[in-house]
Design a binder for this molecule. Structure first.
Ligand code: COS
Length: 379
């Protein structure tokens, strides 16, 4: 085994790290406070080639491998995971096409993202179907060369700002999972309404809305995968994106640990820096070990994906472990800061709020355990 990164991976990591340090970090607190959408930063990231990471080189993408995608995700979310989520939600929206689109669909739907700055989103969750993805009620009724789409999607990252949405709906609710299809919705077709921006606890820079569809006409040419394959398209997409989301947790936790170390070295109590006390040292040591373990799990999942292996179990290991780790590490970082940690004048309370979302979106930690258990118990 070789843990060393290749020269091109190191170069991408350094570019992402510089962008996070110089462009994202200085503005992270302001976007957290206002909940405004960081469009100018996202445009800059696009110009530097730090978005659309999953678009393959066969349609003109950068051909950035899974390992490099994961490494970039850690650096960006170290700067601000809300801004990172806005960037990766583009890939989440495009992945169904990347993984299951025809060559014609890839050329037509992905190339515009390389030509100009655009945002995409992934529409699976509904008010009545979160963890139970197969329970979606949005309906797609075929009429000639179109599907007529009705229903509502909820908690959609980039929902208010996307120019392409991968939306899941059922052609026949009685068929359960095998009735689900995936449709690419371009632009703002008549009948699409975007809800208000959710006032979230954390990752406040990411735009989160509902999408409501009332008799929206979607060309059959925009169906991604065959009829009945939509559920598999969604699950495969999540297998690919969960390691990246898990890396957000690593970036958040690393930022929290760095703040905790710096504070522990300068904060004096009992006439000594608190870093000299074992109570603090043990908290910091556990943070470092857990961050390293989470990163390795994420990289293992990315490595598996790069070999075109099904990564369902490893992706869920990475997502579950990294999300829960980040919640623990950020909570402990607040503890190291004591009363100051509870104040918005210091950076760690934001990280604790940001970490919480990673335990919830793209499948809760409980759903990841379910997926892992099913893989373990598979006959
Ligand atoms: N890749 C390919 N196929 C998959 C798959 C995967 N990762 N996961 C499941 N499938 C297939 C299964 O093999 C099974 O096929 P067969 O019926 O031929 O055996 C089928 O899909 C159904 O799988 P399963 O029985 O696991 O489906 P359930 O509806 O019981 O549960 C869970 C699926 C709970 C795992 C799914 O609903 C899930 O991931 N929920 C969380 C959704 C989520 O992450 N939401 C966040 C939205 S993005 S912010």
């Amino acid at each position: 085994m070789d843990f060393a990164l290749a020269p091109e991976e190191l170069a991408l990591r350094d570019a992402a790290s510089k962008f996070a340090r110089e462009i994202i970090r200085p503005k992270a607190a302001a976007f957290d406070a206002s909940g405004a959408f960081p469009e100018a930063i996202l445009r800059q990231a696009w110009e530097l080639g730090l978005t659309n990471l999953t678009i393959p080189d066969s349609v003109g993408g950068n051909g950035i491998g899974h390992l490099a995608q994961a490494i970039i995700a850690e650096e960006i979310s170290w700067g601000c995971s809300g801004i990172g989520s806005s960037m990766t939600a583009i890939d989440l929206g495009l992945l169904p096409i990347v993984l299951h689109g025809t060559q014609e669909q890839k050329e037509r739907l992905l190339k515009p993202f390389l030509k100009s700055f655009r945002l995409a989103c992934f529409g699976l969750t509904e008010p009545g179907a979160g963890s139970d993805a197969a329970g979606i009620k949005s309906s797609a009724v075929r009429e000639g060369d179109f599907y007529i789409l009705n229903g509502q999607k909820q908690w959609i990252t980039n929902g208010g700002v996307s120019e392409l949405a991968s939306v899941f709906a059922t052609t026949d609710a009685a068929k359960g999972r095998s009735g689900i299809i995936c449709l690419a919705i371009e632009g703002n077709p008549p009948g699409l309404t975007r809800g208000h921006h959710e006032d979230k606890m954390g990752q406040r820079a990411s735009n989160t809305t509902t999408l409501t569809f009332e008799n929206v006409r979607v060309p059959v040419a925009n169906r991604i995968g065959a009829e009945g394959e939509g559920f598999m398209v969604a699950m495969n997409t999540l297998d690919n994106s969960r390691p990246l989301t898990a890396m957000f947790a690593v970036g958040i936790a690393r930022a929290a640990m760095e703040h905790a170390i710096a504070y522990a070295k300068e904060r004096m109590q009992f006439d000594k820096p608190i870093a000299t006390f074992q109570a603090i040292q043990f908290l910091l040591a556990d943070m470092a070990t857990d961050i390293e373990a989470a990163r390795l799990l994420c990289l293992k999942a990315a490595w598996q994906l790069s070999r075109n292996e099904r990564s369902t179990q490893t992706s869920s290991h990475a997502k579950r472990f990294a999300a829960d780790m980040a919640m623990r590490v950020t909570t402990d970082a607040v503890q190291v800061f004591g009363g100051n940690g509870y104040s918005k004048d210091y950076p760690v309370e934001k990280l604790m709020r940001d970490a919480k979302l990673v335990q919830i979106y793209e499948g809760t930690s409980q759903i990841q355990r379910l997926v892992i258990a099913r893989e373990l118990l598979r006959p």
